[in-house]
Design a protein around this ligand. Structure first.
Ligand SMILES: Cc1cc2nc3c(=O)[nH]c(=O)nc-3n(C[C@H](O)[C@H](O)[C@H](O)COP(=O)(O)O)c2cc1C
Length: 363
């Protein structure tokens, strides 16, 4: 799988998630089997580029290539400037955000709201491609299936984007109106894939190796992108990769390995955010890691009261040491539960079938 000149390690991608897929998390996912990761979005607003938040988001130190940065905004010239600004800071691929449901930029709705105005969407795409092409930086586009159920225009925008020079399109199988409710559908993604020559990535509600395989087969997409299912479970990529290669499930990870992963993740996290912000923003990650583990909920409540990194690290170590005294591996039930309940919402019939198979194969 290629994006422009960049050859990716595989076709399993981490979805950009603002507040989640920062550099430490992206690097962890890549280490654990993800072939590609896009950074959280950087606003096109020049006045915000020097803020700590934007500069943290634009940090790529030590990250394996290619470095991809997502930009969001509503003005073509500003988006072109944002692309150039990020290229100057190391971006090798620029991703345009037309997929995020709730982001105001310059008091206008950006992200998936742009799908309502195809003329503006295309102006933005053309301006960003014009800014990137002379520097040989591929432009990619992430979008939803459309604005609402009655206005599913992913195909029309994808075709225009391809003509304008975009080199990969990712489609999340929900409309903007849906937010994260309901289910992702894959028919629109299959239609986009059938009509485009550039690579197409399928995204939405992919929570297990079986689901990844099924979505790839159903849509014919070139890659799958996983978001919420990787929260607190970055090793899902190697599980999917192993299943795709062998048809067998990897054993759940050792408790001791998860403890090391999380402790290293926390150290990287504090290094990026500093003590005060780092301890607070790490809580959600720790909560996701322990969510489905025995005693995880009680631990999370108590850990959330800690306000320094030393105490946070010690409490995480103690929790996992105690767990390792009870079991070697993360319990199968926890793996299945996290698949069932990885903040992905309700499960449709097809998923239930997949979950039953998964439970059976892990039993
Ligand atoms: C917390 C969170 C933040 C997100 N931020 C972004 C973002 O910055 N840009 C974007 O294109 N999509 C964003 N998304 C959407 C995801 O990239 C993805 O399309 C969506 O979660 C569906 O995939 P999933 O079902 O695998 O989670 C975000 C999703 C979540 C849950």
């Amino acid at each position: 799988m290629n994006i422009g000149p960049y050859v990716l390690a595989n076709n399993l991608f981490v979805a950009p998630m603002a507040g989640v897929t920062d550099r430490p998390f992206r690097m962890l996912c890549k280490k654990l089997g993800a072939g590609y990761a896009v950074s959280e979005m950087v606003t096109s607003r020049r006045d915000l580029w020097d803020t700590l938040k934007t500069s943290r988001r634009a940090s790529h130190d030590g990250e394996p290539e290619p470095i991809a940065v997502q930009i969001a905004g509503t003005d073509a010239a500003m988006m072109a400037d944002a692309a150039a600004y990020n290229i100057d800071r190391g971006a090798q691929i620029i991703d345009i955000n037309m997929g995020c449901p709730a982001k105001k930029v310059c008091n206008k709705w950006a992200g998936s709201a742009l799908m309502q105005d195809e003329t503006l969407a295309l102006q933005i795409i053309e301006a960003v491609v014009a800014a990137c092409a002379p520097r040989n930086v591929p432009v990619t586009l992430k979008m939803r299936t459309g604005w609402c159920q009655a206005h599913k225009n992913a195909l029309s925008i994808a075709l225009s984007a391809e003509r304008a020079g975009v080199q990969m399109v990712t489609v999340h199988g929900r409309t903007r109106e849906q937010g994260y409710k309901g289910f992702a559908e894959y028919d629109t993604i299959a239609e986009v894939k059938a009509r485009l020559k550039i690579p197409v990535v399928a995204n939405g509600d992919i929570t297990s190796p079986e689901k990844a395989r099924d979505v790839l087969a159903y849509t014919g997409a070139d890659a799958v992108m996983l978001g919420r299912a990787a929260q607190g479970r970055p090793w899902i990529f190697r599980e999917v990769a192993h299943f795709m290669a062998t048809g067998m499930h990897l054993a759940p990870p050792l408790v001791a390995d998860v403890a090391h992963l999380l402790l290293d993740h926390l150290l990287d996290h504090y290094a990026l955010y500093g003590e005060f912000t780092g301890v607070r923003s790490a809580r959600k990650h720790i909560g996701w890691y322990v969510k489905t583990l025995p005693g995880g909920e009680a631990f999370r409540a108590q850990m959330n009261l800690l306000d320094n990194s030393e105490a946070q690290l010690l409490s995480v170590s103690a929790f996992f040491e105690n767990l390792a005294g009870q079991m070697d591996r993360i319990p199968v039930a926890a793996v299945v539960d996290s698949v069932l309940d990885s903040a992905v919402g309700a499960i449709n019939d097809k998923d239930q079938h997949v979950q039953k198979n998964l439970e059976a194969s892990l039993a």
